[in-house]
Design a protein around this ligand. Structure first.
Ligand code: ADP
Ligand code: MG
Length: 703
């Protein structure tokens, strides 16, 4: 080090860099030691031999055995990142979760001694941290799926490790079928499927009985305790248990499984309060939350070692179940719950729902306590509940979520007959047909189920189909600039900051950004004003705006902007306030199935299925002035009742113009609130209340 650069560093910089490289050497030695001691290291050569003589291999190993961090490096060491002609090739490793892709890439870059984005990089939606030097690429399964659109044979890649296959995430399941084709077409391509559980046989059968490789594990016994009676409040129960462990059990870190940001924050808060109330003399408990929206630097803290005399307590979503392994955990507390994405046919959308885990999840969670020594697991549910109420394994995501995106992507890569696509566990036929129907409504498929020109354009954007349509409509109307902002702001976490102790103050701050007819435009306003201030941190804090979220939206916007072609001939681009009516119309073009009519003050009814929903209290629309007669909404959230969140007022004429399959204008001259109505109402055609149109107009599932 230090001799390679043509650029001479100033003296002090040189000294500094020598010093840090000494420290780095030390750290690297330690890291190499850890690598040497992982279970997968003991079988490295044998595993590489099996990979050399097989095209598809299923690798099974306990969590923490080194699959995710080591396999890619072994493949690189064995020459898979060079073609026979010496050209650079990539080894990919797919992850179902963005957080895991980022965090693992960072770790592997450290192990390989390169900057992140150099030899080791990652790619997640809207964030490509790779370079021409990259040889090992961690990525979400969704990103790899998208890459098959432009490169059906994935020519840049020599190997793909499909990691966490047991999770059965939506795109992992789709990739199974897609990559099976690549394996058949490219004899030089290797596919490695890893799993932490015993689904191995099923995976192997899917790939025609391919080789299976077991990494011998070293695990210790975990003593498991069930709740004696049904637990009314799992946060409270978990906090109590954690305190008891902390005060009376020997050293060892605690891992608590919760469902998401809210209950994780609540658990940490409650634990901190209880410990404080115990007064001095209580040993320190280092509380570390872990969830996907947590800033990356705080996420990284879970891997830091606790100081002497300190005990670590990680409170995490199911990301710590198999994706991330933290060493030193001896005590696990399992709430028995997780958040799952499920399709709600009544509202036609996916929603995250707090659901009991499966027995397989519960056993994985318990297993986290026994990696380095004998461990203990407390379950916040009874044995009876475990046996009788928990499913043996979770239903794969592909069988419970909206398939709009999947259908669009598969159609784009030329899969004509979706019902006969090679799915490991095919989704229910109705799900496919429903999703095709929704795409037809948006104009992405024609009556025969074939991709339209609009559908082809929509598939080019890494967005949900309605968002893609919004952008395309806006481009045709000449207001793409503002819509880019709206879509980007919808693609990032909440931008408004609302701390409980300053709720009123922050609400007032938010109101200053309100555009009375639209929450979408309010978001646009926030972005424009923040940008005008150069995303100044002080300004953002003063106005209760999450600077990171707005900056992220800025990044997303730059990326999306490069994908939007110039407006079509004859359309003049407009931007700013006069264009905002057009923006609302473009929103309506994608969300007219989520249109509602005013019933009373802030109560609305969905025009198609008659379900009532209220304006969300945070909406700009209920903040100022009169509530509009007609609105479309981005999503429904269920708390004490059903709320429409992110709402925009629309002109009812637009409904008839943009959604003629649903809406007509009754009575010719005057348009009042009763004149526009859905042609179909709930139950007219489908019993599940989705209110879908007549079956004759449904596209055929098989193309
Ligand atoms: P597997 O994929 O088989 O579950 P991993 O490759 O994820 O195993 O983990 C191997 C080891 O690397 C574990 O001991 C884990 O604690 C460690 N490790 C992974 N990420 C980090 C990190 N960011 N910091 C420190 N150690 C890590
Ligand atoms: Mg792993």
């Amino acid at each position: 080090p230090g001799t390679s650069g043509a650029v001479a560093l100033p003296q002090d910089k040189q000294a500094q860099s020598l010093q840090t490289s000494d420290q780095a050497l030390d750290a690297r030695e330690k890291i190499q030691q850890v690598r040497e001691n992982l279970p997968v290291r003991q079988v490295r050569d044998e595993l590489l031999r099996v990979i050399r003589s097989n095209q598809v291999i299923v690798v099974v190993g306990e969590t923490g055995s080194g699959k995710t961090t080591q396999l890619t490096q072994y493949l690189r060491e064995d020459g898979y990142t060079r073609s026979s002609t010496g050209a650079r090739l990539l080894v990919a490793c797919t992850q179902p979760r963005r957080v895991a892709a980022m965090s693992v890439a960072k770790r592997v870059a450290e192990e390989a001694g390169c900057p992140l984005g150099g030899t080791v990089g990652y790619a997640i939606r809207f964030e490509d941290c790779t370079s021409p030097e990259t040889e090992i690429k961690y990525m979400t399964d969704g990103v790899l799926m998208r890459e098959t659109l432009s490169s059906p044979d994935l020519d840049k890649y020599s190997c793909v490790v499909m990691d966490e296959a047991h999770e059965r995430s939506l795109f992992t399941d789709v990739l199974f079928g897609v990559l099976k084709g690549v394996v058949q077409r490219r004899l030089d391509f290797k596919l490695i499927v890893t799993s932490a559980t015993m689904d191995a046989d099923k995976f192997s059968r899917f790939f025609g009985g391919c080789a299976t490789f077991h990494i011998p594990g070293r695990t210790f016994e975990v003593e498991t305790y069930f709740a004696k009676s049904v637990v009314p409040d799992f946060v409270e129960a978990a906090v109590k248990q954690a305190l008891e462990i902390h005060l009376s059990s020997p050293p060892g870190d605690i891992l608590i499984f919760m469902t998401g940001q809210e209950d994780i924050t609540a658990t940490c808060q409650l634990l901190a309060d209880r410990i404080e109330s115990l007064g001095e003399g209580v040993p320190e408990l280092l509380l570390l939350p872990m969830y996907s929206q947590l800033p990356a630097d705080l996420q990284a803290k879970i891997f830091e070692r606790a100081k002497a005399g300190q005990r670590k307590c990680i409170v995490s979503t199911n990301i710590a179940e198999t994706s991330l392994t933290v060493d030193g955990i001896r005590y696990v507390i399992d709430s028995g719950m997780c958040k799952l994405k499920v399709f709600n046919p009544r509202v036609g959308m996916d929603a995250l729902r707090v659901t009991p885990v499966s027995q397989a999840n519960a056993n994985q969670r318990a297993g986290r306590a026994g990696r380095t020594a004998r461990g203990f697991c407390w379950r916040m549910y009874t044995e009876n509940q475990f046996v009788h109420e928990l499913l043996p394994a979770q239903v794969p995501e592909i069988q419970r979520t909206n398939l709009g995106n999947v259908v669009l992507l598969l159609k784009t890569i030329g899969v004509r007959d979706l019902l006969s696509f090679d799915f490991m566990d095919p989704p229910p036929k109705e799900n496919i047909v429903d999703s095709m129907y929704q795409l037809w409504v948006l104009g992405a498929l024609d009556g025969a189920g074939e991709l339209t020109a609009l559908g082809t354009q929509m598939a080019k954007y890494p967005l949900d189909p309605p968002l893609a349509k919004m952008l395309i409509s806006a481009r045709e109307l000449g207001c793409a600039e503002d819509m880019l902002t709206v879509v980007s702001m919808l693609s990032v976490p909440e931008v408004f900051y609302r701390p409980a102790e300053r709720a009123e103050e922050s609400d007032q701050a938010r109101e200053r950004f309100f555009v009375p007819e639209s929450d979408h435009l309010t978001l646009c306003n926030v972005y424009n004003l923040s940008k005008r201030q150069g995303f100044n941190a002080g300004w953002c804090a003063k106005h209760f705006i999450h600077r990171k979220a707005v900056l992220k939206a800025h990044e997303v916007r730059e990326q999306l902007q490069s994908m939007v072609p110039a407006p079509p001939h004859g359309v003049k681009a407009v931007s700013g306030t006069p264009a905002w009516d057009l923006v609302r119309k473009a929103i309506c073009s994608a969300y007219f199935v989520q249109a509602a009519r005013l019933k009373s003050i802030t109560e609305y009814v969905n025009l198609l299925n008659g379900a009532s929903a209220a304006l969300h209290p945070s909406s700009a629309i209920c903040g100022i002035g009169e509530t509009p007669d007609y609105v479309v909404y981005h999503e429904l959230v269920l708390t004490s009742k059903e709320y429409m969140r992110t709402v925009t007022a629309i002109d009812p004429h637009w409904l008839a113009e943009l959604g003629p399959m649903f809406f007509s204008i009754k009575g010719h001259e005057h348009l009042g609130r009763h004149d526009i109505g859905g042609k179909m109402v709930a139950g007219a055609d489908s019993e599940d209340g989705t209110g879908h149109g007549s079956s004759s107009s449904r596209p055929a599932a098989a193309g």
